[in-house]
Design a protein around this ligand. Sequence first.
Ligand SMILES: [Zn+2]
Length: 332
Amino acid sequence: MSHSDPSFHLFLELPLELREEIWRYCLPHRVRELDTPLAQNVFEPEYEYGSLLPCNLQGTTFANGLPPVLTRVCLESRKVARETGALQLPASSETADLVWEADSLRKQDWEDRAREDRARESVHLHWTYIYGADFESSGRPLDYLVLRAVSVAAGSSFMAKYIDSRFDWAGEAARASETEQTLQPETLRDLEALRKLPSLQVVVRVIVVHCDFKAAAKSGLFGLLGDARVQIVDVRDENRVVDRYLAFAEACEQQGSIAVNQDFRRELVAVTRRKLKDLIMGTYGCPILAATARPAIMFRLCTKMCNQLPVRSRQAERGGRRTRYPRGSRGL
Ligand SMILES: [Zn+2]
């Protein structure tokens, strides 16, 4: 091995146990998405209704559910990946699916069932009440998240918009019935489910990183091999990782002709925490829940470059139209 050649040619001479341990180290630590996100539900109301959105999100969700890169390197790495990983079992054989059924539920994704100190996977629920406008559903999404979280995952998360979506989207009628206590049992059941979650990570913002696979893998921010395409990072003062993701996302958005720019400014941690606390107190009135909930940002790697304006629109862009930041505040 010369200094200019970064390849390590002695790998095959290592003992098998060591090689397997190295392969295991390269497996992705994924956030498994339990359901498919809809871009308009994720980005509104921060971005205007009907306007261009920063990403359609679909490419990321699809790629994040594929078998990891290791299943395509060699027989040995594939065997290691399959020790704990497999495509999801058919839905009918799992009791969790009796708890909640929705058209947006993901059922064919790769699942890593490693447990305890070896657990690599956490689960995330995108569903908010507004999804009911686009997808048939029955049962209770938060109960489904709880079942998944306790049986499989290293952690669990859901959207802050789940907590306030009833107010945002059902309008005045829902608010009136809330005061009449008709929604109270529903809220209480949600609260019970949230109390059972082993970790209460709440996604307050979604940022999409648009770059090619190679640059993503090199950054190390989406797994060693770039195949952990969704990452959820706690918003904490001491957590500088958030800044690394934001800086990388912003750098990636300098290239090409961007349809709609994202806002990469970091809100004060204290403000984010207070907003989430107020939201939880306003909906559930539970101080313990408000104290234990951790605000977090979801970062998504999109290699489809769906944020680029088509060539036709670029001419209009040069003619004076400018990219813009989203309207108003970012919310949380
Ligand atoms: Zn995209």
